[in-house]
Design a protein around this ligand. Structure first.
Ligand SMILES: NC(=O)c1ccc[n+]([C@@H]2O[C@H](COP(=O)([O-])OP(=O)(O)OC[C@H]3O[C@@H](n4cnc5c(N)ncnc54)[C@H](O)[C@@H]3O)[C@@H](O)[C@H]2O)c1
Length: 505
């Protein structure tokens, strides 16, 4: 229904807390009339005042002009009763995350609004279909999942319920564009796109911790070195385990124990212990005055006389390692095979140092593996269980004085970054395979919603689909865990040699 005097869209927002206010702000700024309703008396007025204050602050910073602020504030109206939303063409609910409460609200709204009014839910974890199923006209219900803070997170997931009519998603996508957000369209599945795709980074990182491969601060350093703004443990500390652990359990349960999404006992136990993260002052890090106490980096020993031999199996990556050795003034063993006293450097993809040493017929006590991916930003070294400390230190000295951060980890197939990236790509591929969203929307949702430097499919293309497949096959073979089985989407595109962003014809 249109505003009868202006012919403009009228939007209703029910639930005027954190999310409702953000949606109201950007809608009013986009020239839309907004009616605010909240069940708690006085809450809608508070929201009105809070949005006006936010707009004033933006004006004071010179980001908005005062006329635009006045116009936006004039478009915000407080509804005293749900019945005041009768003239709305779209109503977005952002009330408490409870299925019964949302179903009740939508049933009440249907008695108030016109039959062609769209009812949208901002739920982040409930099935939109289950909300729609409670309605007299379930086809008009859609998901409209914003991220916090709404004005800054420029993406919204538009969810098509099983009962939804396609024009609902089209209309919500149009509204998203009008308010300056990118709509990404997804079918109604657990975690939609963003919370589904985010499983790879967190659960694989926790698995790495659970296996004793490295410590939280080193894990974070390695993943920042791979281009992520925040390491997984920093991210978990920021979100709080009270929020993120239940999401991990919920998605795992909703997908009937799909091993790719298997949560970790680490976070369950830490949640029980109250180690929530920043909000409790202690998580993976300890916080003082809101700042994490620094965890010292490993000290690099000075270069010694022991020569360093580098595997010749991958000439291009060998050259990169040789350049680092040169920059560190270390002694090189340039023989076809390693001399009797040399450290042996191997460069495995998807394999651990032990497997690589045995495959090349090297002495495992003298072998150290270097992650051949991402050598330009971060050096990760990995020893076999029997690598002698003196040889490990020689390798650290031979590579650790080139001005790049260096981290030493225990044996792991796919080091840390390789396996975490491979899981991100694989889960992104499976989201595409399940037709939850288009490849383009998957990558758009992840870059905007999670702040990753690339979407999962573009990450896969950058690494090479065949390389990702090789890493996953190696992980799968080593652990014999179906968690690492590659998605059909990845297998086919790797075989065909085409981009992972290639949709079905
Ligand atoms: N906070 C986030 O980061 C985030 C992100 C995406 C989605 N969401 C979803 O958005 C919704 C709202 O989250 P929020 O963080 O803004 O919550 P909030 O607690 O800040 O605000 C909820 C508001 O809804 C009101 N309310 C509760 N029940 C109501 C009812 N039956 N009718 C009318 N008003 C009612 C409350 O009084 C409150 O003002 C939830 O479904 C949540 O899962 C939240």
């Amino acid at each position: 229904m249109l505003n009868t005097t202006t012919g403009e869209l009228v939007l209703g927002i029910v639930g005027t807390g954190l999310m409702g206010r953000g949606i109201a702000q950007i809608s009013a700024q986009a020239g839309i009339d907004v009616w605010l309703f909240d069940a708690r008396s006085g809450a809608a007025e508070e929201a009105h005042a809070a949005v006006a204050a936010t707009l004033d602050t933006l004006a004071a910073k010179g980001k908005l002009d005062t006329a635009a602020v006045a116009a936006a504030v004039a478009r915000l109206h407080v509804a005293d009763a749900l019945a005041d939303l009768a003239g709305c063409r779209i109503v977005i609910e952002a009330i408490v995350e409870n299925l019964d409460a949302k179903r009740d609200l939508f049933r009440q709204l249907e008695d108030v609004v016109a039959d062609d009014c769209i009812l949208a839910t901002n739920t982040s974890s409930l099935p939109v279909t289950n909300i729609a199923a409670a309605c007299r006209l379930p086809g008009r219900v859609g998901g409209f999942h914003f991220f916090s803070p709404v004005p800054l997170m420029k993406v919204v997931e538009v969810i098509d319920s099983v009962l939804g009519e396609p024009w609902i998603g089209d209309a919500l996508s149009g509204l998203a564009r009008r308010i300056g957000h990118r709509p990404v369209r997804a079918s109604d599945t657990p975690g939609f796109i963003v919370n589904h795709a985010g499983r790879g980074y967190l659960t694989e990182s926790l698995r790495v911790l659970g296996e004793g491969i490295t410590q939280p601060a080193d894990l974070d350093r390695i993943m920042r070195g791979a281009g992520f703004r925040m390491g997984p443990c920093e991210l978990l500390d920021l979100t709080g385990l009270d929020v993120s652990h239940p999401v991990m359990e919920s998605i795992y349960g909703q997908y009937y124990q799909e091993p790719r999404y298997r949560p970790s006992p680490i976070t369950r136990q830490r949640l029980a212990a109250g180690l929530l993260g920043r909000k409790s002052g202690r998580g993976f890090y300890i916080y003082l005055d809101g700042k994490a106490l620094p965890v010292p980096e490993e000290a690099i020993p000075p270069a010694g006389p022991t020569p360093v031999w580098v595997s010749r199996r991958d000439p291009a990556r060998r050259d990169q390692v040789l350049a680092l050795i040169k920059a560190c003034d270390a002694r090189l063993d340039d023989g076809e095979t390693p001399g009797a006293d040399s450290v042996c450097i191997v460069l495995p993809l998807g394999h651990d140092a032990t497997t690589a040493a045995l495959a090349e017929g090297l002495d495992a006590r003298r072998t150290v593996a270097v992650d051949p991916l991402g050598l330009a930003r971060h050096i990760t070294l990995m020893s076999t269980p029997v690598t002698l400390p003196a040889f490990r230190d020689t390798a650290r000295a031979a590579l650790g004085h080139a001005g790049l951060p260096l981290t030493t980890i225990h044996d792991s197939p796919g080091f840390v970054a390789q396996r975490v990236l491979a899981m991100i790509v694989n889960i992104g591929c499976d989201i595409a395979q399940q037709r939850i969203a288009t490849p383009d929307d998957i990558d758009g949702a992840v870059t905007l919603g999670l702040g990753y430097p690339k979407g999962p499919l573009a990450f896969g293309d950058a690494l090479g689909a065949q390389t990702v497949l090789d890493i996953l096959d190696a992980l799968h073979g080593f652990y014999r865990d179906p968690r690492y089985r590659p998605s059909p989407w990845l297998i086919r595109r790797a075989r065909l040699g085409v981009s992972l962003l290639t949709p079905e014809n």
